[in-house]
Design a protein around this ligand. Structure first.
Ligand SMILES: [Zn+2]
Ligand SMILES: [Zn+2]
Length: 158
């Protein structure tokens, strides 16, 4: 960052799982995902950092426009707005499994609603409610999920 004229900018880490880097102009900060960056090859990380440096240098108003692209290329960053989809992703700890077809759905946070398998039933069916594990251990989501499940067991509608 210093080498590209951003000596008065700061670098910080965040917990984003859907984007590797962010450029926060008002705070003069480049933020990298502590979740994703360790999973990526060094060359990709370098590209992410240069991508954000290009944002910092041209200003927020340019987004990913031609001016930003030119700057990204000049710095040696890939000039695509998004990273390739083939990069590794962190595994979501919550896994819901359909009791009939075995289809799985993965979530980063505990489910808040009781859901049935979308592949097996178009409408909600209590007998097709997904069963959940958290980091491989059978788990019962709490809070709103638990209350909704209790209502379903009593025979109410979801
Ligand atoms: Zn960008
Ligand atoms: Zn199913």
């Amino acid at each position: 960052m210093d080498a590209h004229g951003l000596a008065d900018w700061r670098l910080e880490l965040d917990h984003a799982r859907r984007r590797a880097g962010a450029c926060r102009h008002p705070r003069r900060t480049i933020s990298l995902s502590a979740q994703l960056i360790p999973l990526y090859p060094e060359e990709t990380v370098r590209g992410v950092v240069l991508h954000e440096i290009a944002h910092a240098r041209v200003g927020a108003a340019h987004g990913h426009d031609a001016v930003w692209k030119r700057e990204a290329r000049r710095l040696g960053a890939p000039d695509a707005a998004r990273l390739p989809g083939s990069l590794p992703a962190p595994a979501a700890p919550w896994v819901g499994t359909c009791p009939r077809c075995g289809a799985q759905r993965r979530l980063f946070a505990a489910p808040r609603r009781v859901v049935a398998c979308g592949a097996c039933a178009r409408d909600f069916r209590p007998d097709l409610v997904l069963t959940w594990t958290h980091e491989g251990v059978p788990a019962r989501p709490g809070g709103a999920y638990a209350r909704e499940l209790a209502r379903l067991i009593r025979g109410g509608r979801p």
